[in-house]
Write a protein that binds this ligand. Structure first.
Ligand code: GUE
Length: 300
């Protein structure tokens, strides 16, 4: 039996359609155009993949897109001044500072200077604390997208064993919080975990977010498990005619698809959902900022 392939690209399109509906309602009914500001400091190859689709999709759903491209040598003071300006701008409902930042900038300081209500990445310490205590917050886009796909595929997650591989602040930790919020029994595995294959084989839900190409193979997976592959790794293409590089996940798809019950592909899985959830968070932020009921089905 081969796994059901969860189509993140199609799911993301349906999320964007919902977002577009809410944007239209905000515009026509209330004269509000949700706006997303993206701040890029310097150039990072991994970030470029992301930026390519994002501005386009923001405009496609009817929102305003503000891009601020700053040189790599921008000072912390100048970056903080820009964020202060965006915090104060009523046309800006969401602010995203592209990570990683150049080494001379303190990313914790920068992220925590964003107004938490406009922190559509959900990385501000206030949002992290709100999520961890089950209060209304901005939820990080990648874990939110994973949660939406899991709920859509499985219905209830209650009582299931979930294993998250990776303990980053942007994926692993918030993902674990969301799964706990949906009453999973959650394990966070990482590079120092003993018998990691064994730990993973107990998972009904396996989320791989380590950034190591094809680390998880079919023999790590419980038959029938739902596998979410967060990894986006660019590796050299083995065959001529495939271009110089190709994208692979943290899961070895060919062996995993034979064992899992369902699996997300790379590309076309978590990546498109991340961008869709960024737009969803922006429309949610715009509703909250104006005291309007928040969109249903777009929040955790
Ligand atoms: N503050 C901040 N927030 C982020 O969310 C953030 C960031 N910084 N820095 C960079 C990473 C990277 N990231 C991606 C999102 C979607 C795709 C995506 O849609 N990928 C396509 C593949 C695109 C292709 O074919 O190259 C897919 O998986 O199908 C990729 C990468 C968000 N990031």
């Amino acid at each position: 039996m081969t796994a059901h392939i969860i189509d993140g690209k199609a799911f993301a399109a349906s999320v964007r359609e919902k977002v577009a509906g809410h944007v239209a309602r905000l515009k026509d009914g209330h004269g509000i155009t949700p706006g997303l500001a993206v701040v890029l400091v310097g150039e990072d190859p991994a970030s470029e993949v992301y930026v390519r689709n994002k501005g386009k999709q923001t405009v496609e759903v009817g929102m305003a897109s503000f891009e601020h491209k700053l040189p790599a040598e921008t000072s912390e003071a100048d970056l903080l001044a820009l964020i202060e300006q965006l915090n104060a701008d009523p046309a800006v409902h969401g602010i995203l500072v592209q990570l990683p930042l150049p080494g001379h900038l303190d990313s914790d300081l920068v992220i925590n200077s964003i107004d938490p209500a406009k922190d559509v990445d959900g990385f501000h310490i206030s949002n992290v604390g709100l999520l961890g205590t089950g209060q209304k917050s901005m939820v990080p886009c990648t874990p939110l997208g994973c949660l939406m796909m899991l709920r859509d595929h499985l219905g209830s997650l209650s009582g299931l064993n979930a294993v998250v591989i990776g303990r980053s602040n942007i994926v692993g930790k918030p993902m674990a919080q969301l799964l706990l919020g949906d009453s999973c029994t959650v394990t966070i595995a990482h590079s120092r975990t003993k018998d990691i294959e064994e730990v993973c084989r107990r998972a009904d839900i396996l989320v791989a977010a380590v950034g190591r190409p094809e680390m998880v193979t079919g023999d790590w997976i419980k038959p029938g498990a739902t596998v979410i592959d967060v990894g986006i790794n660019r590796v050299p293409a083995p065959e001529k005619g495939e271009g110089k590089t190709r994208l692979v996940g943290d899961v070895e798809f060919a062996s995993a698809v034979e064992v899992a019950g369902a699996i997300t592909p790379v590309p076309g899985g978590v990546g498109p959902m991340t961008i869709a959830c960024l737009l969803a968070n922006t429309v949610t932020a715009a509703c909250r900022a104006n005291g309007l009921p928040e969109p249903e089905g777009l929040t955790a």
